[in-house]
Design a protein around this ligand. Structure first.
Ligand code: 4NP
Length: 144
């Protein structure tokens, strides 16, 4: 299974999601390939936000080596499932879809159309965002 996590900047939420899902996949020897990308291009080549690196580290997950990249249409060819953090990401990813098969790969990470809040402007959101993403990744692993 190849899974892509997508947010806006690829420095706060989706690197956390990538690190967490890789951690859970490795624990269970699932052999999944996991990556992340942003719909925007401001942080291409940048490491994750230090606040995401910190909260992941507090939970025993090292995401410091990840680097930002922008989502591209070819990602639909590479990945089986594409999880987006919010409805803006959903719209931006679907805009690049070329077929119903592409569109069918995309879903929100959380259930019930809930967004993962963007913690960029609020330091206090990183821990709750970590927990939301962790629960969602546990559900993905459990249901696969
Ligand atoms: P992310 O958060 O989408 O979770 O990576 C953001 C990071 C950077 C910006 C916005 C959101 N920005 O405007 O640069």
């Amino acid at each position: 299974m190849k899974i892509l996590m997508v947010c806006l900047g690829n420095i706060c939420r989706s690197p956390l999601a990538e690190g967490i899902l890789r951690h859970l996949s490795d624990q269970r020897s699932l052999g999944w390939e996991i990556d992340s990308a942003g719909t925007g291009n401001w942080h291409v080549g940048h490491p994750p936000d230090p606040r995401s690196v910190k909260v992941a580290g507090l939970h025993g997950i090292d995401i410091s080596g990840l680097r930002g990249r922008q989502f591209q249409a070819e990602d639909f060819d590479t990945f089986d499932r594409i999880f987006v953090m919010d409805l803006d990401n959903y719209r931006d990813v679907l805009r690049k879809a070329r077929s119903d098969a592409d569109r069918g790969k995309v879903q929100l990470l959380l259930e019930h159309q809930q967004p993962v809040p963007d913690p960029w402007y609020d330091d206090a959101l990183f821990e709750p965002v970590y927990k939301l993403i962790f629960s969602a990744c546990e559900r993905i692993v459990r249901n696969s």
